[in-house]
Design a protein around this ligand. Structure first.
Ligand SMILES: Nc1ncnc2c1ncn2[C@@H]1O[C@H](COP(=O)(O)OP(=O)(O)OP(=O)(O)O)[C@@H](O)[C@H]1O
Length: 258
């Protein structure tokens, strides 16, 4: 695997309950320091792909049946989800999971505990999260359950940042949020990417926003990657627009945009 590739999925097949085929040969690669968007409609296989990457499928009676997923040279199936987090592969699951009865700050701190018990390091990391999401500093003593959906999403991302990821994986961060909040979140992610070189993999149904901030994108349909290319090129493709506006039906596999 070339040195600048952080994550590579090679023809990944996966099933649930040994019968339901969810992935039928997903391939893509993510270069160090880039943002890659995984696009696809409901049920296309985006979440399954992300769970496979963090070795979370067995917890849902799912399994990768063939293919490989390599993160920084290691096959992810040979590590537990917790080991992958310690290795720098950190995922924010769909649905912004926060501990609702804990304060925003307690939620954030919980993300750093597996990595460091040094108060100074945790305090430094907290300040960085607050720089990224200033709203969270204002709400730091509020119970997460009493914050808005956008603030909960920021808390979930902030908690992931507390474990100092090298690859941040996000499942539908825009889900259920207002356009301005979505913009705010994606801008913050883009800044982290540009200033700290953080590699980001983001699954999204909202292709407009994802293609605006991503460098590259891969479209998944029925568990197969049908198209990959530069986000700037895919933004121009009429069939992508038609597909996501619900005017088209399927995307014919075509050669990647130049
Ligand atoms: N835990 C599960 N058990 C059984 N089948 C599942 C499970 N999770 C997903 N599936 C099935 O796997 C396929 C891919 O689903 P997946 O959730 O990966 O799609 P998705 O692109 O993330 O869609 P969404 O945006 O709706 O989450 C679908 O047919 C779905 O019904």
């Amino acid at each position: 695997m070339p040195n600048d590739i952080v994550l590579e999925a090679q023809s990944v097949f996966a099933t649930y309950n040994q019968t339901i085929k969810a992935l039928n040969g997903v391939s893509f690669s993510l270069r160090r320091g880039e943002i890659l968007a995984l696009l696809g409609s409901n049920g296309a296989g985006k979440s399954t792909t992300l769970k496979a990457i963090s070795n979370l499928l067995p917890a849902e009676r799912g399994q990768v049946t063939s293919g490989q997923i390599i993160f920084e040279g290691r096959e992810v199936r040979s590590s537990s989800p917790a080991e992958l987090v310690r290795a720098g592969l950190v995922q924010v699951l769909e649905g912004r999971h926060c501990f609702k009865s804990l304060s925003v700050e307690e939620n954030l701190v919980s993300g750093g505990l597996g990595r460091s018990s040094l108060r100074r390091e945790i305090a430094e990391d907290l300040e960085k999260v607050y720089l990224t999401f200033p709203r969270l500093k204002e709400k730091r003593h509020t119970s997460s359950g009493l914050t808005s959906g956008g603030e909960q999403q920021m808390t979930a991302i902030g908690r992931a940042l507390m474990s100092r990821p090298r690859l941040l994986v996000l499942d539908e961060p825009s889900m259920g949020l207002a356009p301005l909040i979505i913009k705010d979140i994606f801008r913050s992610l883009k800044r982290l990417n540009a200033e700290e070189g953080l590699s980001i993999l983001v699954a999204e149904q909202n292709s407009t926003v994802a293609l605006k901030y991503a460098d590259h994108a891969t479209v998944i349909e029925n568990g197969v990657a049908v198209l990959s290319g530069r986000a700037a090129d895919l933004r121009q493709r009429d069939d992508i627009k038609a597909f996501y506006l619900g005017e088209g039906s399927t995307l014919a596999p075509r050669r990647p945009a130049a």
